[in-house]
Design a protein around this ligand. Structure first.
Ligand SMILES: NC(=O)c1ccc[n+]([C@@H]2O[C@H](COP(=O)([O-])OP(=O)(O)OC[C@H]3O[C@@H](n4cnc5c(N)ncnc54)[C@H](O)[C@@H]3O)[C@@H](O)[C@H]2O)c1
Length: 301
């Protein structure tokens, strides 16, 4: 494990000791990790740091699991252009929740036409409350310097939508609001998009003291599917049929990070990166375009 911050290295040391692990090296930076001769690396780093590290690791010939978003902007993602096709193919992106079985179930419902077509989708994504914790305040205000919540949360949501509807969305309209003075970017932002077979209303919100619910709904002539944004419990109500609930075990984060780790093990064994770097860049492009449209005509547009 490597981190340039002595405070973070101390935390890692404490956690490893608590887990009874005395077989993990705690290093200062990626160069030291590469020098140790590893087969792959997981980059759980801020997005403004990730592209350089991912490029260095891929150029060293090892597999990379890089956290989303792939970069804070499309311009920053240009950093990946130096990689050849083989090196790009060794980078998996941490779009963790695309691995959830609830999305597989939804994809089947949409593909089979059970919910009808076209569909209206509403995705309300709220996280990171302004809870007065100074460390969390610092993380969120720093992250907002590198883009509004759509850059960070849109990475997931636009990836889900593309995988559910089989193609990328076109942005029709966008808006943004800054509810607290002094923030580097709007903390509430949203838009309307057209996907193949769906009109999609998205809203992303961070950093209000009380957050609205986090939920995605899919409604059409066949019925309604409701995906709880926290648990990914799925409720399906089809016309004339009994309501069905799908709950998956264990909890959402554990099952998705476990599935992501299995995919990474496949990549290490020579398999395909899924989600790929191109998937991560595609989600970033939609996120940034929405942010640009939302902020192009004044602070509230
Ligand atoms: N997939 C998901 O569901 C999910 C969930 C949470 C966070 N994330 C992503 O994970 C990333 C990290 O988020 P976080 O909340 O843990 O941030 P964080 O700021 O708490 O942690 C980032 C760590 O990276 C370290 N770091 C910075 N530069 C480094 C370098 N050059 N080499 C090695 N380490 C370095 C920092 O010291 C820090 O310890 C972000 O990109 C975030 O978007 C993804």
């Amino acid at each position: 494990m490597a981190d340039p911050s002595p405070e973070r290295r101390a935390v890692i040391g404490t956690e490893l000791a608590r887990a009874g692990r005395d077989d993990v090296a705690i290093l200062d930076d990626l160069e030291a990790v590469l020098a140790a001769g590893v087969d792959g690396v997981v980059l759980a780093t801020p997005p403004w740091v990730t592209p350089d590290l991912a490029v260095r690791a891929a150029q060293a010939g090892i597999a990379v699991l890089a956290e989303k978003p792939v970069a804070p902007s499309i311009e920053d993602a240009d950093r990946y252009r130096v990689l050849d096709a083989d090196q790009r193919a060794r980078i998996q992106i941490g779009l963790t929740y695309r691995h959830d079985p609830a999305l597989d179930k939804l994809r089947t419902l949409i593909k089979d036409g059970a919910l009808g077509r076209p569909l209206l989708v509403r995705a309300s994504i709220y996280d990171e409350p302004a809870d007065g914790d100074p460390a969390h305040d610092r993380l969120i205000t720093e992250t907002l310097k590198h883009g509004s919540p759509v850059i960070h949360e849109g990475a997931h949501v636009f990836d889900w939508l593309t995988s559910l509807f089989g193609g990328p969305g076109e942005i029709d309209d966008a808006w943004a609001l800054t509810t607290r003075p002094g923030l580097a970017a709007p903390n509430l932002i949203g838009g309307r998009l057209t996907y193949p077979g769906a009109t999609v209303l998205v809203e992303f919100g961070w950093y209000t003291p009380i957050l609205p619910g986090c939920v995605l709904i899919f409604v059409g002539d066949g019925g309604l599917a409701t995906l709880d944004g926290g648990s990914f419990g799925l409720t399906v109500e089809l016309a004339g049929r009994p309501l069905q609930r799908y709950e998956f075990q264990p909890d959402r984060a554990t099952r998705c990070f476990d599935r992501q780790a299995v995919r990474f093990a496949d990549l290490l064994a020579g398999g395909r990166a899924e989600p790929s770097l191109d998937d991560g860049i595609a989600a970033l492009i939609t996120s940034q375009r929405l942010q640009q449209l939302a902020t192009s005509a004044g602070t509230n547009r």
